[in-house]
Design a binder for this molecule. Structure first.
Ligand SMILES: C[S@@+](CC[C@H](N)C(=O)[O-])C[C@H]1O[C@@H](n2cnc3c(N)ncnc32)[C@H](O)[C@@H]1O
Length: 212
């Protein structure tokens, strides 16, 4: 089967509906993540790095952003974004989010994280994973106790916005997203001090919380 992200890495930013639809979700997700200056944050399924400017701003010059994705083409674009912006504290890891070896990835995390990060984040990616549960297990294992987790993902719109459902179904089928995956529910179940937002007619769900 063709991997759409390998085939369209270069075109992803232009074709993904970023400005009209999806940017609002990542802005809200990063805001609700409550990052502090100096934090290390892991962005799972980071793609071309569309979250990275927001995350770099939130953690400041002493913080670190770690992006992880399995697609070399998407990571190539993310690397280009790092170079263009001159970010020295963004590190990119090529790995499968659902199967990676925790010790291997922990070793690649930059000092001073000691194998654990202050926050984990994922946007529009977990619904694309074959199964997001093992990815969540890994996010949790790499998160320090009391750290923050945030998930931004998609479902079918609700209420009057249901008129856009055919368009959403088409986009999800092109991107390989499961609109019934609902990965954010794990944060609602396992987190405390849960923060959430529902955007674009309920199509975009944003949930963040502290994970004890
Ligand atoms: C829709 S894109 C989202 C990218 C980015 N998070 C964003 O908000 O623009 C989904 C990303 O998930 C990645 N992906 C899919 N399955 C993966 C897996 N098992 N492990 C790691 N990355 C994966 C794809 O390569 C792609 O970059």
């Amino acid at each position: 089967m063709v991997n759409v992200y390998e085939a369209a890495g270069r075109l992803y930013d232009a074709l993904s509906g970023e400005h009209v639809v999806y940017r609002a979700g990542r802005q809200s997700g990063v805001a609700l993540l409550n990052l502090r200056a100096g934090d290390t944050v892991l962005d799972l399924g980071c793609g071309t790095g569309l979250n990275h400017a927001l995350l770099v701003d939130a953690v400041g010059p002493s913080g670190t952003v770690v992006g992880l994705d399995r697609s070399p083409k998407m990571l190539e674009m993310a690397h280009r974004r790092v170079e263009t912006n001159g970010w020295t504290r963004v590190c990119l890891i090529k790995a499968d989010a659902t199967t990676f070896d925790l010790n291997e990835v922990a070793k690649e995390l930059p000092v001073p994280s000691n194998g654990l990060v202050d926050a984990v984040f994922s946007s529009y990616a977990m619904s694309v994973f074959d199964d997001w549960h093992p990815a969540w297990d890994r996010m949790r294992a790499l998160l320090k106790p009391g750290g923050h987790a945030g998930i931004v993902d998609m479902q079918l719109p609700v209420g009057r916005a249901r008129i856009f459902s055919p368009l959403v179904r088409l986009a999800a089928s092109v991107g390989g997203a499961d609109l019934h995956a609902r990965p954010w529910t794990v944060i609602q179940r396992e987190g405390v001090d849960v923060r959430s937002a529902s955007l674009r007619g309920g199509h975009i769900q944003v949930v963040a919380a502290t994970i004890p």
